[in-house]
Design a protein around this ligand. Structure first.
Ligand code: 4NP
Length: 161
């Protein structure tokens, strides 16, 4: 079982989009039992709120459905994750402050797995959820390819037992 936690600021736009995209992609491959996929915010501002409607509409336009309730990440959540995937440099800074600089080897920017490493476009002020979706989808897809290679033996073992 591979535990993945996506992280943004509020946990109502970017990281729940990433969570639902990865859940969709692993389900398409029949690998949903090999992954534990969650998302969190670095702040508690949106705690308890659902996915922001424009983010949900964008996911739906791409055939991806699902629900999420915003939660702030804790140190325990980082410890319990195999991968902590953040959207941008600001999220990375906040997570490393939470961990005191520890666990850096499992904390990555999502789009660092692509051939064009970059921050995910933040739709909060631009309203451009499609641009955020494109960045997040590419990052999640590249991450999945990476992890399926990297953890092939563990996934094969999980599927046999
Ligand atoms: P998210 O989007 O971090 O992608 O969930 C935001 C949500 C709330 C705020 C900013 C970004 N905010 O400033 O309240």
């Amino acid at each position: 079982m591979i535990s993945v936690s996506f992280v943004c600021l509020g946990n109502i736009c970017r990281s729940p989009m990433a969570e639902l995209i990865l859940k969709h992609l692993v389900k398409e491959r029949g690998l949903e039992h090999s992954f534990d996929i969650k998302s969190f915010g670095t702040s508690d501002e949106e705690e308890g709120n659902p996915i922001y409607p424009p983010a949900k509409r964008t996911l739906r336009a791409h055939g991806i459905e699902g629900e999420h309730t915003a939660r702030q990440i804790s140190l325990k959540d980082v410890i319990n994750s195999d991968f902590v995937l953040v959207m941008n440099s600001s999220n990375l800074f906040d997570i490393l402050r939470l961990t005191g600089g520890e666990f850096g080897s499992k904390i990555f920017k999502l789009c660092s797995f692509t051939s064009n490493p970059r921050d995910v476009a933040d739709p909060w002020y631009t309203g451009d959820f499609e641009k955020a979706f494109v960045d997040i989808y590419e990052g999640v897809n590249c991450f999945l390819e990476y992890v399926l290679k990297e953890k092939k033996e563990a996934i094969d073992y999980d599927l046999r037992h």
